[in-house]
Design a protein around this ligand. Structure first.
Ligand SMILES: Nc1nc2c(ncn2[C@@H]2O[C@H](COP(=O)(O)OP(=O)(O)O)[C@@H](O)[C@H]2O)c(=O)[nH]1
Ligand SMILES: [Mg+2]
Length: 179
């Protein structure tokens, strides 16, 4: 049996828990607990440890999906979570005040991992706030020297959207993987 591992990251509220739950073929394991700090204004639950789900592919292949804790005070876990990972899915919440800042922060925080694997970027909540646009992100990524990264508008609640994001990650790693 072939087992792969993908890590989902991004700021609190970007849709990591939602994306993993819509993709997972088994009931998702989550460690969401009541938020005890400033994030409680944003939503009533936040991920303090991690999310975990499994995507069953054709044949015996499985992709294990791990979500990082959204809050930066849990960043000590990121190195552990990425070990053995095939690549990273970065979700950016377009409705936050400075989404480009989030983009820079996460690309920088995971640069060592991305450098030896791959990343695909999904911009969420564009239904709530339509700017910056995907073209704006494209320009920003080009300016940062990341012009060839897969970049998609996604709604984390829609399985088709997040599946495409995962497929584009697999495709960028190995065009024969993403069938
Ligand atoms: N309107 C809208 N809501 C979204 C979108 N993606 C996720 N959500 C919602 O945003 C909330 C936070 O998502 P969650 O998965 O908990 O974010 P996490 O903190 O990254 O794990 C949930 O209520 C989701 O249903 C999107 O593209 N548009
Ligand atoms: Mg979460």
């Amino acid at each position: 049996m072939a087992n792969y591992k993908i890590i989902f990251t991004g700021p609190v509220g970007a849709g990591k828990t939602t994306a993993i739950s819509v993709l997972s073929d088994v009931p998702m394991v989550t460690t969401d607990e009541l938020a005890s700090d400033m994030t409680k204004d944003r939503k009533s639950q936040t991920t303090v440890a991690m999310d975990y789900g499994i995507m069953q592919l054709a044949g015996d292949e499985r992709i294990h999906l791990y979500g990082t804790p959204g809050q930066e005070r849990f960043d000590f876990m990121w190195d552990i979570l990425t070990q053995g990972g095939l690549g990273l899915v970065l979700l950016i919440d377009n409705s936050r005040i400075e989404p480009f800042r989030d983009l820079h922060f996460f690309l920088d925080a995971f640069k060592d991992f991305i450098g030896c694997t791959a990343v695909s970027i999904g911009i969420t909540r564009m239904d709530e706030k339509s700017t910056p646009t995907i073209s704006d992100y494209q320009r920003e990524l080009s300016a940062l020297g990341w012009s060839t990264l897969p970049l998609l508008e996604v709604d984390a609640r829609k399985k088709g959207d997040v599946s495409l994001l995962v497929q584009s990650l697999l495709y960028s790693l190995d065009p024969t993987l993403a069938n």
